[in-house]
Design a binder for this molecule. Structure first.
Ligand code: CTP
Length: 401
């Protein structure tokens, strides 16, 4: 049986969490409810106890006998922690690692998915403090169900109203039963910047953080794929459980991909691969004896072009960061490298490198263009996978005929 820990914090919308409990119970999901003191001013614990058929946790030190240490045992047992409604206060505490009551402590102690449905006054919701805290929690993988707009209890009109219970319920179900549409697919994702060695201590490299490739590898793993992340230099960290292979130079990356290419269903080249290498790598550390010196660079291999030439049934996806003529350059690369998709980023107004968000325009071999709009790299990764899955399904249907 799946377990949801529903954390109710103080807000007029607290009563709507009652409906959520009954929806979850109807789907045979166990619900343990925890309430802050202020939530209890709006709805009584007894209402939640009656619907959940479990004792309600109302205080850190007032533990029901059934739990040894309630915040730890529930943190371990939970598949999803849902904070509904979530006040600015609990969002702020979570974003800053403050744990001074049952809810903030248990969320910090859990490995479960965390879902947050904020509800508060419009001005509070729009404040930079709340928005920064939300952005931080999103970046560590928490799921948000954004509030809707409308007339609030305080009389203000705008964003801040708790999302409709149907939407919150759907998001919880997605976290409890994630789609595994990539199960059985072998995927290579490349990430980060490759290095071109100059001498034993120096390299030429670029500013790629690897975030987009890491987000793709994580999304693929969550959706059931057998994914290998072949990476160059990274500044972002890779979540646990992802198979990684380090390949720092263009040559190493090419070699690692080719080792498993024939047996791979798709390759997503998010790495920023160096186009040039140093003609003669110095065996010894170059000394600063001269006032200036010249490094001769020669073209290095275009890995993706090579994969395009060897392609059998693999789906190939490239990335293109362009500062001008985005569409023309992207389509030219799609064609030249024999790709199925190219994900283009416009970098004319500030770099994409190292940023949390991007705005991808996806061009497909069949001419279709899809603009994702500005999204976090995690959201962009899922949107890209949705589009790739449509192509996979189309191919499966064609071969199945
Ligand atoms: N790529 C590659 N090998 C290279 C250079 C790029 O495999 N030596 C891949 C990248 O990982 C990316 C795609 O090709 O998926 C497009 O990379 P990009 O740098 O935009 O294109 P280039 O072909 O290098 O063209 P240019 O630098 O002239 O824009």
């Amino acid at each position: 049986m799946k377990n949801v820990v529903l954390c109710v914090t103080g807000g007029v919308a607290a009563y709507k969490a009652l409906e959520l409990v009954s929806r979850l119970k109807k789907h045979n999901i166990n619900v343990d409810v925890a309430m802050t003191k202020s939530a209890q001013e709006f709805v009584t614990p007894l209402s939640f106890q009656s619907l959940s058929q479990n004792p309600v946790i109302t205080d850190m030190f007032d533990e029901p006998k059934a739990y040894e240490i309630a915040h730890i045992s529930l943190a371990k047992k939970a598949d999803v922690f849902a904070v509904v409604p979530a006040t600015a206060n609990i969002i702020g505490k979570m974003a800053h690692g403050i744990s001074d009551d049952f809810i903030s402590t248990s969320i910090m102690a859990t490995k479960a998915e965390v879902l947050i449905a904020p509800a508060m006054n419009t001005q509070m919701y729009a404040s930079p403090m709340v928005q920064e805290n939300i952005a931080k929690l999103k970046s560590i993988g928490y799921t948000f169900v954004s509030p809707g707009a409308g007339r609030l209890a305080c009389g203000d009109v705008g964003e801040g109203k708790l999302a409709v219970v149907d939407d919150i319920f759907d998001e919880i179900m997605k976290l409890l039963y994630p789609k595994k549409d990539f199960a059985g697919r072998k995927v290579i994702v490349t990430a980060g910047g490759t290095e071109a060695p100059v001498d034993p201590v120096r390299v030429l490299t670029n500013r790629s953080s690897g975030k987009m490739g890491i987000a793709l590898a994580k999304a693929l793993k969550d959706r059931g794929a057998d994914v290998t992340l072949i990476h160059g230099h990274l500044t972002a960290s890779v979540p646990d459980g992802i198979k990684t292979v380090s390949a720092l130079t263009n040559e190493q990356m090419d070699h690692e991909i080719l080792k498993c290419y024939d047996d791979t269903d798709m390759v997503i080249m998010a790495a920023a691969v160096s186009d040039f290498k140093v003609r003669e790598i110095s065996k010894h550390k170059i000394k600063k004896s001269e006032d200036s010196f010249t490094l001769e660079l020669v073209k290095d291999k275009d890995i993706l072009k090579g994969l395009g030439e060897k392609k059998k049934n693999q789906i190939l996806i490239g990335f293109a960061a362009e500062s001008q003529d985005l569409e023309a350059h992207a389509r030219e690369k799609l064609e030249r490298k024999n790709l199925d998709f190219i994900a283009a980023n416009d970098i004319s107004e500030g770099m994409v490198f190292g940023k949390e968000k991007n705005s991808i325009i996806l061009y497909a071999k069949d001419g279709k263009m899809t603009a994702f709009g500005e999204l976090s790299k995690e959201e962009s990764a899922h949107r890209l996978l949705d589009e790739i899955m449509k192509e996979v399904t189309r191919r499966d249907q064609t071969t199945g005929l």
